[in-house]
Write a protein that binds this ligand. Sequence first.
Ligand code: ATP
Ligand code: MG
Length: 427
Amino acid sequence: MSVTPAAVRGMNDVLPADIAAWQLLERTTRELFAAYGFQEMRVPVVEHTQLFKRAIGEYTDIVEKEMYTFSMGDGESLTLRPEATAGIVRAAITNGMLRGARLKLWTSGPMFRHEKPQKERYRQFYQMDVEALGFPGPDIDAEMIAMSARLWRQLGLTRVQLKLNSLGTPESRQAYRAVLVRYFEQHADVLDEDSRRRLTGNPLRILDSKNPAMQQMIAGAPLLTEHLDAESRAHFDGLCQMLTAMGIPFELDPRLVRGLDYYSRTVFEWVTDALGSQGAICSGGRYDGLITQLGGEATPAIGFAMGEERVVALIRQAQGEILAPAPDVYVVAVGEAAVREALVIAEQLREALPALRIEVNMGGGNFKAQFRRADRSGAALALVLGEDELARGVVALKPLRQEGAQSEAAIAELAARLPVVLKALEA
Ligand code: ATP
Ligand code: MG
């Protein structure tokens, strides 16, 4: 007895009925990123495990427990990418793209994290990822945030909010770290196991804990903002002024530390209250120290990543079901010779009218069955070819969605007639 195959837990199929919203999102972002001067690049889904450990940080949820890590038997440890920044930076280094250059890049594709699957939280999920390498900011910080704000506007999403914070430099964070450790040690009884481990490894991570039992204690912790160095303060003030000048509302959130270790200075997150507990739809920040840390030449950088599933869910909420475009014409052909001729005519029409969406009935059927399919296709017009039409060298044109007289066109004149007939049906 055979067993029905099952999908892997946390991994999703995107079905044809759902694809239009995805395509809308991907088309809109592709055009928008290009308009702001960002170039697409593509990097592998698999990298050396070490890359993610070094870039993301040992004391993070991702590296501690969420990575899909495997070995092909030669002892080399590989990992399915949990995020895109590390791979982009690795590629910029290995391809010699840095050398003082200024790069505005974007990429997209599936990411993998072994976390607890929930609605809008998956183990394979898609991100659109944008990175700017070689710009110290805050102008680029402001422009990238403006670009994401424009994306929400273009998609008709209004239930989104921007949260902003600065993490300062690693040096100022070091001073803050000492203050923070002292605070946490005073509240050691409330710390969970993860947090006790992080207390010595990376105490800042504790602020990002989602454990409800620790939230009150975390709320009372000293703020990083109070320990910001002067340069980071000026950078942050500059960013805030630029956003204000552009009319982009933001909320300062001194608790925003973000889940990855590599950030410095600007961090931001777009959140929504429309998706239950999965509120983060787009997050990013500056990572000025990462590239040297990975062995590249010192290059300031900033990036953000947007979760496509969550944004698609918002698009659906805002715009309703998005339908794939129906064909313009559906070709009905009955009889072997008519089917052959229909295939030829359809190819000629596609040649002459490349924008025309034309679906030829496949798999036979009598007139009644084919017209039923034609109706269901949503096409505006049926082209009908039976033995009679074939004998006279014509095609019948039958409007499908509105009352209208059936007409005929000579096969040779069809390419010229069709746009006129379709235009009249639109009116
Ligand atoms: P969260 O707080 O929801 O776990 P995160 O801080 O881990 O998010 P990032 O690593 O910054 O998220 O990734 C950027 C974006 O990718 C998030 O804002 C979110 O929209 C999306 N994302 C992250 N993890 C998942 C997931 N498991 N499933 C679907 N989307 C995700
Ligand atoms: Mg997460």
